[in-house]
Structures are given as structure tokens and as C-alpha cells.
Design a protein around this ligand. Structure first.
Ligand code: SF4
Ligand code: SF4
Length: 215
């Protein structure tokens, strides 16, 4: 899921400068799970902006806001409230914010910061495990991502800073390459580590990404 956090209220209010009427949009998927833009957060934002002197013309929580056709359809169902607004405030990941910008000519305000693609450890605890590099190395690293879990993204590790299995960048984190070694040792595959992995070819990360199934 895409992990996002809400921007500080003062930043949001500042971005809404120059208009008083706001339509608030959330997302029922990732932004709901990470509590940046679900029903509860949209309701709280409505109250906070009303206290800040804004008029809320309406709110909606869209089911999967990154789905642009659905977002367009759902906003058309609230056309009158949307038309009354000076701003559309979006509480979702950056993809969702741009879905709204794609389907509406209104001024769109981002109310969140998108952080990373996250695994869910347990409720309210998210961990980054994949950076979407486009050239997955997990087959060679025992299922541990060196690009993401190693603080330096090293393809050949560990670096000289590892101490007693801890990462030099953040001693609370285990060195990814120690974990990779341990996993491969369990699978009797440590021999794969004798190979030097060449530098990444960043062409795999060229963006914007575009994929059309069936082409
Ligand atoms: S190597 Fe890491 S960042 Fe790249 S696709 Fe695999 S898990 Fe994701
Ligand atoms: S200590 Fe390990 S995880 Fe940390 S930067 Fe060095 S190789 Fe990467």
C-alpha cells in the first residue's frame, strides 16, 4: 500500500489561501489504512477547516481514488458541491491527488505527503520493503531487498560500517546484508554471494511508468 501522512494543518490552511469554500476528498483504500484520508480523517479535517473559517461545500471518500475513471464518475455525482468550491482538498496518496487534478479543472490542494510503498507489520505500523526499482533482485538475495532495506541501497554488501549486525546509518536496524547472508546460509546458497553484482541500470526506473496490458 502507499503510505502517506497528513500535512500539518497550518500548511493546508496556507495552501487554501485565496478562497473560502472547500470540497474535501479522501480515499477508502491506502489513505484509510494509514489514517491520512479515510472517513474519520475527512470528518476531522472538515471540523478543523470550519474552525479556521472555511466553508465546506461537501466531502466524499472515493473507493480507490487512483482509479481515474471512478474518481471522475464519483465527482460528477457531486457536481454541484464541487462547483461551489474554490478548492478541492485531497487527502490521499500523490497518485490520487493527481487523479482529481486529471478529472477536474478546479484548484487541487494536496493535504498529504506520500512516503513509500509499505508493508503492514500490524495495525498502524508500516515498513518499506520495495522501492519499485523495476529490476527485482530478490531471487539472488534470499527475498530481502538490498535496494530498499540496505540504507545505502548497496547491491554488494555489507559496507564497512556494519557493527555487530547493526546498520551504521541507524543502529536500530539490522544490516540488510547480514540478514541476506543469514537467509542464504539457511538455504545453503551463500555461494551466490561470491559473485559481484554489477551496478544498477537505472533505465529500469525511468519514469513516468506506463504499462498497457495485452500490448
Ligand atoms: S529489488 Fe527491491 S526495489 Fe527492486 S523490485 Fe525487488 S523488492 Fe522492489
Ligand atoms: S550497514 Fe548494512 S544495511 Fe547499513 S548501509 Fe551498510 S550494508 Fe547497508
Amino acid at each position: 500500500m502507499i503510505v502517506s501522512t497528513q500535512k500539518p494543518l497550518e500548511q493546508i490552511v496556507s495552501a487554501l489561501d485565496g478562497g473560502s469554500r472547500v470540497f474535501i476528498i479522501g480515499c477508502s483504500k491506502c489513505a484509510t489504512v494509514c489514517k491520512s484520508g479515510g472517513e474519520e480523517e475527512v470528518f476531522r479535517m472538515q471540523e478543523a477547516l470550519a474552525d479556521a473559517g472555511k466553508e465546506i461545500t461537501g466531502t466524499i471518500v472515493i473507493d480507490e481514488i487512483c482509479h481515474m475513471l471512478r474518481t471522475g464518475r464519483d465527482l460528477r455525482s457531486r457536481q454541484e458541491q464541487v462547483n461551489q468550491a474554490d478548492f478541492l482538498l485531497v487527502l490521499s496518496c500523490g497518485a490520487g491527488i493527481q487523479s482529481v487534478a486529471e478529472v477536474s479543472e478546479k484548484k487541487v490542494v494536496a493535504g498529504t505527503d506520500s512516503k513509500f510503498l509499505g508493508n503492514i507489520r500490524r495495525f498502524g505500523q508500516f515498513e518499506q520493503r520495495c522501492s519499485l526499482c523495476g529490476d527485482c533482485r530478490l531471487n539472488e538475495t534470499g527475498g530481502v531487498c538490498p535496494v530498499t532495506v540496505c540504507a545505502k541501497g548497496l547491491l554488494n554488501g555489507p559496507c564497512g560500517g556494519m557493527v555487530d549486525g547493526a546498520c551504521e546509518v541507524d543502529a536500530d536496524n539490522r544490516c540488510a546484508w547480514v540478514t541476506i547472508y543469514e537467509r542464504l546460509e539457511l538455504q545453503a546458497r551463500v555461494g551466490t554471494l561470491s559473485r559481484i553484482t554489477p551496478a544498477r541500470d537505472f533505465i529500469h526506473e525511468a519514469h513516468p511508468g506506463n504499462l498497457k496490458l495485452g500490448k
